[in-house]
Unconditional design. Structure first.
Ligand SMILES: [Zn+2]
Length: 117
């Protein structure tokens, strides 16, 4: 008697019967495994594209609302402006920003101030 486990399984990619050496094997060979992996990745990517952008924005905005200090990217999202616009306004002093190493940090209240005067 062999101690090897032999399980007849159906390949999840091509549907052929095969003898699996382990209980976790899902494919009859490497080729099927690779093809299935590729296909899954492709599907994942497609699903990503299908996800509405609005949902993503809403989520980010909720996060931004909780923050006191914003990155340039956050500020772009919040104001719906481009990075160039934000940088230009920092340069001309409209938006006050602090440099933290390579990062530019903007206090949210500084942005809110833009709308109070
Ligand atoms: Zn197969």
């Amino acid at each position: 008697m062999s101690s090897k486990i032999e399980i007849t399984k159906v390949c999840q990619h091509c549907g052929n019967d095969f003898i699996a050496k382990t209980t976790v094997t899902k494919f009859c060979n490497q080729k099927c495994a690779a093809k299935n992996y590729k296909q899954r990745k492709k599907t994942e990517k497609l699903n990503e594209v299908k996800t509405p952008t609005i949902q993503k924005t809403d989520f980010n905005l909720a996060q931004i609302n909780d923050k006191e200090y914003l990155s340039i990217a956050d500020t772009c999202q919040l104001l719906g402006a481009s990075r160039m616009t934000i940088y230009r306004n920092i340069k001309n002093g409209t938006i006050k920003a602090a440099k933290l190493g390579k990062r530019t940090i903007i206090k949210k209240s500084n942005i809110e101030k833009l709308f109070t005067s």
